[in-house]
Design a protein. Structure first.
Lengths: 260, 313, 450
């Protein structure tokens, strides 16, 4: 399972300040730490970034890739910032991933970018206004996004479906619905569709000591259902990922499996 | 084709809470099924409606609901007696709104005097409410709890910010207590847990998941209440088994629909009947969702809700 | 058991021909599974698939459309027991009872009331949906006379013809050809005659039974006679029985997939006391009635019942939104504070409630963010500096206030600089993160000023 390191997010104060001051130090330090901990891709979340988004995304992509041989997940609602980021992305380390398109017409143009530059893209299964009520509604939106991706010329192998994880503290019933959705998404195509979640949203708003517990147990169930990728903190989840791989027979067991 | 009634039985049960003192004590709650589902279980007690009375004249209430109390509302004692004797109230809810720092900022001593006076003037059970100012309520409710010792009153509302002091006072004086959280089933459960972790008996608790008026978020309160009731019954969740309060009057009589005159909004019809209907419909919807205790203002709305309860049981 | 979208997809031609209006067979299959599309839209589906899908895709509660044209109402098609499970689908219809024993003047007055009942609330047009003509006289002639008045004066309003007399039913239903009326009153004695009339005139048949067993027998019998569209009444009249029967009917239809009661329920809520009639209707709205017949429709009662129906049938997944505008709280003056928040209704109710609590008259700018809360709206790019600046400029609030200070929610403190850049001459102040901090915040601002 692919871990997309989530720690470079504008929501975090330290990261936000570094972004504003264009201070490479903290950004690179965090990127390296996530790579070492097991991330296979780094998420660069610059928020809506209305002003200077293009320049900021380019700075983030190059700053990270200077020190870490990984592709970047370009995380913003700003179309131009994504395009700018793709242009400087070093594909030697793998293809970039856009976070994200959805069933909201405002987000359709993102698919043009994915097609034009041959990058991968996350399809968040929400529409305009309102959340999907259950797994079936999420799958129905997924089918629409898949159809649209094909229209725009994005191969659906390059599409990661994201069921939208909601906070357990306020939307408890959605946790199980998301688990069911992961199974259902895969059935939408042969070979199975790729799936991704923003994992830590499950524990958003919960007391600090509960967050890793919720994140990890939730992740084990999702991996069991076939999850392809998770945007998460690799330090937080790597033990779970490796252990579930052992239990499911995806990795050969050895006493030192956690150190590998 | 024979119809096989798909009845539900549940493992949980709502606690029965008894308030007041003989011969006027009242019990509500106690059912082991969804509201008024007597066809599949037991619903031993009728929901209780308490009339709201305030420690200061209700100058901020709309005209249509001030009117029935015009001659008595200058004084909480005569107001409470009027509700008991003339309106046949089964319980009184005394709101100490005058203690709010932005109203008259009345002192704990003032509040204690009001509570004592009202208690000695009535026989029916008393619910004593603060002004919902978390900090001020802590001092007011502690003082009045002592004044109401062993009268088997309800005091409230305890919130996340002040529950420790209020719960301790309620325990020390043998009172029942309302726990208020803001329209969030998970926070409601959490507050009940915290309160019982202090040693407060969960069977002496009343949950207030926060009321909303028809048209102003009623659907949130409605669904939170239905979910709390289902957790109590189907999941046998003891923390969700206290009866629930619908503090209806306060939320209904501040919105536009209970105040705008017919001249201003002709398509809404008579303001007086509209206000009464608004309060009665809000209360009835919440009864169906699971509330066992209502606090209401307009006598005609109370009368109508009592009639519909009569039809439901 | 309902089929999943993928199960349905396997039965479709998989040509992606788009003739159904959907981009792919998969997308169409998903819509079918949601019951948001009909299989008829696929011209190439095989007979075998049709048969399999027909069974599985029939909703547990049949959809019934009452009336035709603009004022037609769709009822039924419900899929859950509790609104929080998913959503209640088709809002119940309200009908006004009209006895055929009334004088012509009284009838005309009632027709006028129905025609004038429309109210606009949060962007929706709400009205009394139908007239229920009741054959109180037991006289077929009289019934027809009143039906004629309704057909002439309220030709667009859907009707429910309540009579157990087949002659009366037939004479009056002719007046509503092609308007999908309901003939209510099929019972064990008249079932065959009524079924024939309903079939001939393409009307929906209302079943009038005594108890749930008789009801199940009757719907089966009438279905066998070739009538598919029905609404059902178990005979419950007392509030207690209405709640019990409606609950058992809904559970049987949804949890047991018991087809004999898989139809919309019609509830007769009439009481002499109009307010009590509203409260019985309240129970019907909350608990599963699809059509509710009322004895009277005063304006004050309509606005309450329409609002209740709107509340209960709100989709819990779609945040209820309030209108984008500058709200006045109390009676604000030109120097009163101006706060901004998003148009998620719960956010609005809580923020405006706390501003009220502060007892400081204020302006509250509520911005359309598709009903998202502050932080979610910001993350989704709907509550951004440029959009806030544009909204404030276009709102015209600059004409109402003499200061230029905007208080933003603490959660989006990050935006303050960017808004100041885009909103020239304005000072942005960061307010509290949670609404319950608003009273203290506003008071300390006032204290600082004086």
């Amino acid at each position: 399972m692919l871990i997309i390191g989530e720690k470079l997010s504008i929501i975090a104060k330290r990261v936000r300040e570094a972004m504003m001051k264009k201070d490479k130090g903290p950004i690179q330090e965090i990127a390296i730490s996530q790579w070492k901990a097991g991330a296979g891709m780094i998420d660069a979340n610059i928020g809506p970034a209305e002003d200077g988004g293009e320049e900021l995304m380019q700075w983030m992509v190059t700053t990270i890739q200077e020190v870490v041989p990984l592709p970047i997940c370009l995380d913003t609602t700003n179309y131009k910032a994504i395009e700018a980021g793709i242009k400087v992305h070093n594909n030697q380390w793998g293809r970039a991933l856009i976070n994200s398109t959805s069933n909201d017409p405002e987000r359709f143009p993102i698919l043009e970018l994915a097609a034009k530059y041959n990058v991968q893209v996350i399809g968040l299964t929400v529409g305009k206004g309102g959340l999907p009520a259950d797994a079936e509604e999420r799958a129905a939106i997924a089918a629409e996004i898949m159809a649209r991706a094909m229209e725009y010329g994005v191969p659906i192998e390059d599409l990661y479906l994201d069921p939208l994880v909601l906070q357990i503290a306020t939307s408890q019933d959605h946790a199980l619905k998301v688990i069911k959705t992961i199974r259902m998404f895969q059935e939408l195509n042969d070979p199975p569709m790729k799936t991704v979640v923003g994992l830590s949203n499950i524990s958003n708003g919960c007391p600090k000591h509960l967050r890793p517990i919720l994140n990890n147990y939730f992740l084990s169930l999702l991996i069991y259902e076939g999850l392809t990728a998770a945007i998460a903190d690799p330090h937080d989840v790597i033990t779970t990922v490796k252990t579930i791989d052992i239990i499911l027979g995806r990795t050969l067991y050895a006493h030192s499996y956690l150190e590998m | 084709m024979a119809f096989v009634p798909p009845k539900e039985t549940y493992s949980g049960k709502v606690y029965a809470v008894n308030i007041g003192t003989a011969p006027c004590e009242v019990t509500f709650g106690g059912e082991n099924v969804l509201p008024f589902h007597a066809f599949e279980g037991t619903t031993p007690n009728r929901p209780l409606i308490a009339y709201e009375v305030q420690d200061i004249p209700p100058t901020d209430w709309p005209e249509s609901v001030q009117k029935p109390y015009r001659d008595v509302s200058n004084d909480p004692v005569s107001w409470a007696k009027f509700c008991q004797d003339t309106l046949k109230a089964k319980a009184i809810a005394l709101r100490l709104i005058g203690t709010h720092p932005d109203r008259e900022n009345r002192s704990p001593e003032d509040a204690v005097k009001t509570v004592k006076d009202v208690l000695s003037a009535i026989n029916v059970p008393l619910i004593i409410l603060g002004s919902n100012h978390a900090e001020k309520d802590a001092s007011i409710l502690v003082a009045v709890a002592d004044a109401a010792k062993d009268k088997n009153c309800i005091i409230g509302k305890a919130q996340e910010a002040n529950y420790k002091t209020i719960a301790a006072a309620a325990m020390a004086n043998n009172l029942k207590m309302i726990a208020l959280s803001e329209l969030d089933i998970n926070l409601s459960k959490q507050l009940n847990i915290l309160i019982t972790q202090m040693g407060f008996d969960k069977e002496r608790l009343i949950t207030d998941p926060m009321c909303s008026a028809l048209g102003y978020g009623l659907e949130y309160t409605y669904s939170v209440m239905e979910r709390i009731r289902l957790a109590a019954l189907a999941q046998n969740d003891a923390t969700m088994q206290p009866p629930m309060l619908g503090d209806v009057g306060m939320y209904v009589w501040k919105i536009k629909e209970t105040q705008a005159s017919e001249e201003d909004v002709p398509q809404w019809g008579s303001v007086e009947e509209r206000g009464i209907t608004w309060e009665a419909v809000t209360a009835t919807a919440l009864l169906i969702a699971g509330t066992e205790l209502l606090i209401m203002r307009h006598p005609k709305a109370v009368e109508a809700v009592e009639k519909v309860i009569e039809e439901l049981i | 058991m309902a089929l999943t979208g993928v199960d349905i997809f396997k039965l479709l031609p998989k040509t992606n021909c788009k003739k159904c209006g959907f981009p792919t067979c998969l997308a169409f299959a998903m819509k079918l599974a949601q019951r948001q599309a009909s299989l008829d839209l696929c011209p190439d589906v095989s007979e075998e698939a049709k048969q399999k899908l027909g069974e599985a895709s029939a909703p547990p509660v049949m959809p019934i459309t009452l009336g035709a044209g603009d004022k037609a109402v769709k009822t039924g098609e419900e899929t859950v027991i509790f609104r929080h499970d998913k959503r209640f689908v088709n809002p119940c219809a309200f009908a006004l009872e009209m006895k055929d024993t009334l004088s012509e003047a009284e009838i005309n007055k009632k027709i006028e009331d129905v025609l004038n009942s429309e109210i606009d609330r949060v962007g929706q047009k709400l009205r009394i949906n139908a007239i229920a003509l009741v054959n109180d006289s037991n006289d077929a002639g009289k019934f027809e006379v009143v039906a004629k008045i309704i057909a002439t004066k309220a030709s667009a309003v859907p009707v429910i013809l309540c009579t157990s007399n087949p002659q009366a039913a037939e004479a009056s239903v002719k007046l509503f050809a092609d308007k999908k009326p309901i003939i209510y009153g099929a019972n064990p004695e008249n079932a065959e005659a009524m079924a024939n009339i309903a079939k001939t005139y393409k009307a929906t048949l209302g079943i009038s039974a005594k108890g749930l067993d008789e009801l199940s027998d009757l719907t089966e019998k009438i279905k066998a006679l070739g009538v598919a569209d029905m609404v059902i009444d178990s005979g419950a009249r007392k509030a207690k029985e209405i709640l019990e029967h409606n609950t058992l009917i809904r559970r049987a239809a949804i949890k047991k997939n018991f087809k004999p009661v898989g139809y919309p329920v019609i509830t007769f809520a009439q009481r002499e006391d109009s307010l009590l009639d509203a409260l019985v209707a309240t129970i019907g709205v909350a608990k599963y009635s699809s059509i509710i017949v009322l004895s009277s429709i005063e304006k004050w009662k309509n606005v309450a019942l329409f609002t209740l129906r709107q509340n209960i049938y709100t989709d819990p997944q779609v945040p209820m939104q309030v209108e984008q505008k500058i709200y006045k709280i109390g009676e604000p003056a030109p120097d009163s504070p101006l706060l901004i928040t998003t148009n998620f209704s719960l956010t609005y109710f809580i923020v405006s409630g706390e501003v009220e609590n502060s007892r400081m008259p204020s302006y509250l700018a509520v911005m359309d963010c598709e009903g998202l809360s502050v932080l979610t709206a910001w993350a989704a790019g709907k509550f951004t500096a440029a959009k806030i600046a544009q909204f404030i400029k276009e709102s015209g609030v600059e004409n109402n206030i003499k200061h230029r200070e905007l208080i933003i929610p603490g959660y989006v403190a990050i935006l303050s600089g960017a808004i100041e850049d885009k909103l020239e001459g304005w000072k942005i102040t960061v307010g509290p993160r949670e609404a319950n901090g608003i009273p203290a915040f506003l008071k300390s601002k006032l204290a600082a000023k004086t």
